[in-house]
Design a binder for this molecule. Structure first.
Ligand SMILES: Nc1ncnc2c1ncn2[C@@H]1O[C@H](COP(=O)(O)OP(=O)(O)OP(=O)(O)O)[C@@H](O)[C@H]1O
Length: 338
């Protein structure tokens, strides 16, 4: 597989939203992310709320500039390009689908206008070809032709998300990033939208980055799963290995807490809440809640280690879960150390 997009040591630091106008507090939303997305693969991103999943997604599609590090699309560094070249590379090479299509789509534009807009901005083909592309996009995502002149407010939530998906695909990108694409939708239409994404990915050979709280869905949709904790990528694993062969204690704890995934096993109990991204712990950020943590974990964050010979499964931990260790065993270890 060829590399499509590469992040190297990407950091995003925000000024804290709380703490008043003159606060110097900084939020470490993404810290030292290294990641390569290959053409045609689906990468799932999991982690608790606030761990930096959306920030990572925005960095991948060039919406968020990293405060440090590089983002290369097909080997070209996005943030050293002139702005016009970056807009062209990002606009045509990537597409983004947001959580809530009600806010992501312009309420005053019809479906036809929404889908024409990227074609007009990037001057794709003749006006007649653009109209034909709009019809093609609507059919690709299963929207009836009669909806071309409808406004987003006249559509159902599922139809709106189909419009958002069609818009993301308008310029035939190689990479689509979907950030919680079904969480604002009725449960009844979620499966339809997920199946549509999977189908489009296969038909168009897209690379897909899929961000979700829904771990079961991420596992089903993805070839590879990335676990994030407090701004850091702590594990990368083939999806087939993630549930009971994950090596990072946090990944195991996260999956053990997913209802229905490992039942009847109880969740691995973690100590205390997630620390603030304003003051992340030294060393490994998970160490304050980890039952395996030692002094070494407070001193340093280890580099990635690989699982056996293959580099496909990587994790950053001083005390990884042993191969073959069951979640039941981890539950009792965590209880004993509490
Ligand atoms: N523009 C911003 N200004 C200040 N802090 C921000 C900004 N955007 C995100 N953050 C903070 O950065 C951290 C990471 O946020 P992010 O939205 O990437 O997490 P997330 O994993 O996607 O969360 P969720 O699952 O709740 O959407 C959080 O602490 C968040 O509050």
């Amino acid at each position: 597989m060829t590399d499509l997009l590469t992040l190297r040591d990407a950091h995003v630091v925000h000024k804290a939203r709380t703490g008043g106008l003159f606060t110097r507090d900084r939020v470490f939303a993404l810290t030292g992310a290294d990641l390569t997305i290959a053409a045609g693969e689906t990468v799932g991103v999991v982690g608790e709320s606030g761990c930096g999943k959306s920030t990572l997604a925005k960095v991948l599609v060039g919406v968020q500039r990293p405060t440090q590090g590089t983002v290369e699309l097909r080997g070209k560094d996005l943030w050293t390009m002139p702005p016009a070249a970056r807009r062209q590379a990002v606009g045509t090479g990537t597409g983004m689908i947001f959580q809530d299509p009600s806010t992501a789509l312009n309420r005053r534009l019809t479906v036809r206008q929404i889908l024409r807009d990227p074609l007009d901005v990037h001057r794709r083909g003749t006006p007649a070809q653009r109209e034909a592309r709009v019809r093609e996009l609507m059919s690709l995502v299963g929207l009836p032709k009669v909806l071309a002149d409808a406004l987003p407010g006249q559509l159902s939530g599922g139809q709106r998300q189909r419009v958002a998906i069609a818009r993301a695909l308008a310029l035939e990108p190689e990479l689509v990033v979907a950030d919680e694409p079904t969480s604002a939708l009725d449960v009844s239409v979620r499966a339809q939208i997920l199946n549509l994404l999977l189908d489009l990915k296969e038909r168009l050979g897209l690379a897909l980055v899929f961000v979700s709280h829904d771990i079961q869905t991420v596992r089903r949709m993805s070839d590879r799963v990335i676990t994030m904790y407090l701004g850091k990528i702590v594990e990368e694993s083939p999806a087939a290995e993630i549930t009971d062969a994950a090596r990072h204690p946090y990944t195991r704890a996260l999956f053990s807490a997913t209802p229905g995934l490992l039942d009847p096993i109880e969740p691995i109990p973690l100590i205390g809440p997630v620390p603030s991204a304003t003051r992340p712990p030294s060393g490994c950020p998970f160490r304050t809640r980890c039952w395996k943590a030692t002094d070494e974990c407070a001193r340093t964050m280890p580099d990635f280690a690989t699982n056996g010979a293959g580099a496909a499964h990587r994790y950053r931990c001083h005390h990884p879960v042993a191969a073959g260790e069951t979640t039941r065993e981890l539950v009792s270890q965590a209880k004993d150390s509490a």
